[in-house]
Ligand binder design. Structure first.
Ligand code: ADP
Length: 248
């Protein structure tokens, strides 16, 4: 699925650390409702790419555009998340002493004026949304459990839930299948496919089996540049991609 309207466009992004070029003239476009996988060997620039999109790292040059006319270049991470871009990091960052439900409630209210909104009761619509997310993440029966008692996989699911209650348009997910059981990986692939369309997703991933189960379209990064783009089948047949992965 490659829709015509881009939700995110990167044009000729350059990032250097000291004199090392982490990203070189990187251009990339993600369509509305698309589920894009970004793959590439270690050091290819995948994390730097995520950091650029979320404003954690500033590019030396180049332009980032969100929703066709919002210039993200130079915006702070908070402004970027308010614009509708949510990122899930690899390591869980849930409040372990709080229950699953409390984590979701705080996430849902966080961006408003925090103190006032934390004291306000959730409205019916917000409560329904949390119930829906709990179900999507298979956490309904654990909703009152302290989050610290969840399994690794369940914590990762809760992280995704925290993003979902904040209703981002674009979800950035860094190796979401890392450390999950086979069954959890299968379920998360199903969930991502269900989320695409309503949301746009960009998934950075190492696990090729997982990529195969979700990807419409794959971008292969290598040495800070786009080496190939296309369906997984297309990029796997690409001579340069084969060479990079086999280390030739
Ligand atoms: P990936 O996520 O694909 O493994 P990264 O984006 O983490 O790749 O890194 C790309 C390159 O940039 C690597 O060679 C890495 O060592 C370098 N790099 C990343 N962050 C920094 C930094 N803060 N300072 C110096 N070099 C960095």
């Amino acid at each position: 699925r490659k829709t015509t309207d881009p939700v995110l466009q990167l044009e000729k992004i350059n990032v250097t650390f000291d004199s090392f070029c982490a990203l070189t003239d990187l251009s990339l476009s993600i369509g509305v409702g698309e589920l894009r996988c970004v793959i590439g060997p270690n050091g290819a620039g995948k994390t730097t790419l995520m950091d650029i999109i979320t404003g954690k790292t500033r590019p030396d040059s180049g332009k980032l555009t969100y929703d066709q006319n919002i210039d993200l270049t130079g915006m702070s991470p908070v402004e970027i998340s308010r614009a509708g871009i949510g990122r899930k990091f690899q390591k869980p960052t849930v409040f372990e002493a709080l229950s699953v439900m409390e984590n979701l409630e705080i996430a849902q209210k966080m961006d408003k004026s925090v103190w006032t909104s934390l004291r306000a009761k959730l409205n019916g619509e917000q409560r329904d949304r949390i119930d829906e997310v709990l179900q999507q993440l298979r956490l309904t029966e654990y909703r009152h459990h302290p989050s610290g008692l969840l399994s690794h996989g369940q914590k990762q699911f809760l992280e995704i839930g925290i993003l979902l209650v904040q209703e981002p348009h674009l979800l950035l997910l860094d190796e979401p299948a890392a450390g999950l059981t086979d069954a959890e990986t299968e379920y998360i692939a199903e969930l991502f496919r269900a989320l695409a369309g309503k949301h746009s997703l960009m998934v950075v991933e190492h696990d090729m089996g997982f990529v195969e189960s979700i990807a419409d379209y794959v971008t292969v990064l290598h040495q800070g540049q786009v080496l190939a783009e296309g369906s997984l089948r297309q990029v796997q047949a690409n001579e340069q991609v084969i060479n990079v992965y086999l280390g030739r």
